[in-house]
Design a protein around this ligand. Structure first.
Ligand code: HEM
Length: 385
């Protein structure tokens, strides 16, 4: 202040006090003015972004954000949900699949109301096939992770052989004489009774179906030499921004968003000066008690006028104990591309949910309570209205 107004030492303390008051008021008004203007501009952008998002969701239900949408495991195969499919025996058996380097999403649709199954990489007939076997009875789907030990079976559940059931999600439906089973598993489950799947690999498989739901009833239709090629594009187009190196202001350690793949992540955008951001962080602080103990919390500072020292002081002042980083410009830009300009509006408490498969969803604007955050995490990233 003294520099700006060139107040000479020795001037009356009242005058100096008045200057101080004037300057402080001007600073507050100036800042408040900017906040209001910025708030209004971004509120407009935000609502525009929300409208666009709602529109694109209804137009293409499987799309979450470009390059990141994954099939929804709901027993229904939507158009465009799977990039690849293979129709066998004149549509009697259709395999749909999508994968990245971590997960395989697959749906089987067969012309039967009995069981349907697929077996990966048998060595001869059924032997050593890593099988997924399922049926739908009274609207209820059952899916089993099996391994065939002999060329005509048996094919017990992996657990009975000392392995594990590695179907992460499954669902099924039965309609007009067709059964669909849909599931998600890891490409490499770590179970010796599951084949390790590699992006780009040509996978040999057998498939079969029966007219009955009974696990012991033999197939009436089968095929022993089908092949499909697993996708590799997804790996190449995985969001590069998740691999941008960040520095945790609290501990000084380096980390990347992709380090937490497999866990839900809340990526909050904040500025130190922003009171709603602090309210949002107080809610994030309560997450552990409210059932959000597996969630990874990352707060990103995007205000170019702040910096590590201010952020560190803010963390210490409010006892915050998760990842805090200054967003590098390339990350800020990538996030705008990913979810829109709304993330720049700190007063709207932008929080991005990154799901276990690293698909992404911008949560609704405004301060979200810890309970609301937990429920958003449970809803996931796909097909959420
Ligand atoms: C209740 C379950 C099952 C029983 C009792 C069973 C039984 C048999 C038997 C006895 C054979 C010898 C050939 C024949 O008699 O047709 C056979 C062959 C075969 N089964 Fe199964 N199987 C069962 C499930 C499955 C499943 C789930 C698959 C695929 C995922 C499958 C795929 C095959 C294939 C590819 C052959 C070889 C056919 C050939 O070489 O011509 N089976 N099965």
């Amino acid at each position: 202040m003294n520099n700006l107004h060139n107040v000479k030492r020795g001037n009356s303390s009242i005058r100096s006090l008045l200057y101080s008051l004037y300057y402080a008021m001007a600073k507050i008004c100036f800042k408040a003015g900017i906040i209001i203007i910025v708030g209004v501009v971004f509120a407009f952008w935000f609502s525009a972004a929300q409208e666009t998002e709602e529109f694109s969701q209804s137009a293409a239900p499987a799309q979450v954000s470009s390059g990141s949408s994954q099939p929804k495991i709901d027993g229904i195969v939507e158009e465009q949900e799977y990039p690849q499919n293979l129709s066998l025996e004149e549509d009697s058996f259709v395999v749909y699949w999508k994968n990245d380097h971590e997960f395989l999403y697959m749906a089987l649709k067969a012309k039967t109301t009995g069981w349907i199954a697929i077996g990966f990489e048998p060595t001869s007939r059924m032997r050593d096939a890593d099988m997924i076997f399922g049926w739908v009875e009274d609207g209820q789907a059952t899916l089993l992770d099996l391994y065939s030990t002999g060329s005509t079976g048996p094919h017990p559940p992996d657990e009975e052989l000392g392995g594990t059931n590695d179907i992460i999600e499954f669902e099924g439906s039965e309609k007009d004489g067709y059964t669909i089973i849909e599931f998600k598993r890891k490409m490499d489950t770590g179970d010796r009774y599951d084949k390790v799947l590699i992006p780009g690999q040509t996978l040999n498989f057998i498939w079969a179906m029966a007219t009955s739901d009974s696990f012991n009833r033999k197939h009436n239709i089968l095929n022993r030499q089908a092949k499909l090629t697993l996708g590799k594009e997804e790996v190449e187009s995985a969001q590069a921004w998740m691999d941008i190196e960040l520095k945790d202001v609290r501990t000084g350690e380096q980390f990347k968003v992709s380090d937490f793949k497999g866990r839900p992540i809340l990526l909050e955008v904040f500025a130190v000066w922003c009171p709603t951001c602090l309210s949002q962080q107080k809610e994030m602080q309560k997450l552990k008690e409210k059932g959000g103990d597996t969630v990874v919390r990352i707060s990103l500072n995007m205000d170019p006028n702040e910096g590590e020292a201010k952020v560190r002081k803010h963390i210490e002042e409010h006892g915050l104990d998760w990842y805090f980083a200054i967003s590098p410009p390339e990350l800020t830009k990538a996030l705008i591309d990913e979810v829109g300009l709304a993330i720049l509006s700190a007063p709207l408490s932008p929080v991005i949910l990154i799901c276990e498969d690293q698909s992404v969803r911008l949560l609704p604007g405004g301060v979200k309570s810890a309970e609301a955050l937990v429920s958003e995490i449970e809803k996931g990233c796909k097909n959420v209205n």
